[in-house]
Design a protein around this ligand. Sequence first.
Ligand SMILES: [Zn+2]
Length: 131
Amino acid sequence: MKAELDAALVRDFPLLYGDRHAPARQTCMCWGFECGDGWEPLIRDLSAKLEAAIAALPADEQPNYRASQVKEKFGTLRFYLTCGTDEMYDLINAAEGLSAQTCEGCGQPGSVRSGGWIVTNCDECAAKRGH
Ligand SMILES: [Zn+2]
């Protein structure tokens, strides 16, 4: 993901992404958001809901709930937390499901494409990749 989109997410959701710049031995968030820009709106929407859910917890518990890795795997979004509630995991499942219908390149409606590396693309971005 583009550096400015990454920085904006970290700035807007300080509880959720509190470990973004922590050392690699502590968190995979040090690698940033390992997916295309097309999923930024989806991640932003999920982040806003998770940030609100974390903010609703007692202050001393909030630091336990942080994103630990955000990446693409087998064509869909994978979003990991250090710790989460059922509500948080439901939100994550919904966003991961949506990523299978959202082009990772540009955010247009898309579908999972096979052929070598599995990605979720719209027709246009798939054509550019030669599929
Ligand atoms: Zn596309």
